[in-house]
Ligand binder design. Sequence first.
Ligand code: CP
Ligand code: NVA
Length: 335
Amino acid sequence: AKLWKGKSLLTLKNHTPEEIKSLLNLAIELKKQRQLGRHNDLLKGKNIVLLFEKTSTRTRCAFEVAMMQEGGNATFLDMKDSQMGKKESVEDTAKVLGRYYEGIEFRGYHQETVEMLAKHAGVPVWNGLTDEYHPTQILADWMTIMEKLDKPLEEVTFAYVGDARNNMANSLMIGAAKMGMNFRAVSPASLAPDKTLMQEMQEVAMETGAKIQWFENPIEGVKGADVIYTDVWVSMGEEDQFEERIKRLMPYQVNEFLMSKTGNPDTIFMHCLPAFHDTETIIGKEVYDQHGISELEVTDAVFRSEQSVVFDEAENRMHTIKAMLVATMGSSGHF
Ligand code: CP
Ligand code: NVA
C-alpha cells in the first residue's frame, strides 16, 4: 500500500480504484494478523491526534485501538476543550498540531474544516465524518461485503435506502462509483441524491463500469439487491428535522417486507450504526412514544436477523482504519 504514503483521506473522490483496493486488502491482512495474535508494531513511535466536534463511539475507539495495537499513541481532543475555531484559527491549529503529530483525524460539521487542516498540517489528515462525507466508513463497508458475498465488488448490486442526501449516501455513492458497483439510492424525491455529485459519479462510472441510479419506489429500488443499506433518518446536527423526516421516510423503513422484495434470500443488511431499531434505544424513547412508533429506519427484526452483518461491519471499522494509518504514515512496506 505504498500508494498512500503521506496522503490524506478527505472524500475518497481523489483516490483511484487501485488505491482503495490496496487498502481493503491491507485491512484483510491486518485482521488476519490480529486473529493470529501477531504483534507487528507497524506504528511504533507514531502519534496522532483525534479532533471531535461531534460525538462518536466506533470512529474514536477504532482510531485509538488501531494505534495502540500497532505500538503507537493517540491524543483525543474534544473540541469543547481546544482553542480551535474559537481563540485560534483552523490554519494555525493545523500548523501547530502538524509539528507534534504524524497524523490528524477530524470529525465535525464542515468539510472545509478538514480540508483546511489538510492544507496546512503537513501530515496526513483523515476525515472521520463531516456533514458531507464519511469516507472511512466506506472502507469498512466494502471490506464487509468482500467477506460476506461470494462475488467481486463489481458484480454487487447495492441499494442504499433512506436519506440519500446525507454524508453516508454521498460517500457510498462515491465508493461504489470507484469500485464499479451497481449502486442505487432509494429515497423520496425531496431527499434524492445531490444532482451535481450524482453527475460527477456517473462520469466516474463510465470509466469503472459502475451504474449509479436513483429510485423513488422502494420496491423497485431493492429488486435484485445483494445488499440493503440504511442510515439514520436524522443525522447529527439535524435534530430539528425529526418530525419531517419521519413523515417522509416511513415508507422507506427497512423491514422484513422490504427485505423480501429483493427476491434474494441471501441479501445482507448493513448499517453504519448507531441505529434506531427499538424502543430501548437510549435517546429515542420519548420521541417514539410521542409518534406512536417503535422503530425508525430499520425494524428490530431485520436488525437482529441472520442477514444483518452490522456488527462485523462495525468491527471492520477498526481493521480498515488501521490499514489507513499504516498505509499513510507507517514506516515500512510490510505486507
Ligand atoms: N459509524 C460511525 O461512524 O460510528 P460512530 O458515530 O460511533 O463513530
Ligand atoms: N449520517 C449519520 C452517520 C453516523 C455515523 C450522521 O451523520 O449522524
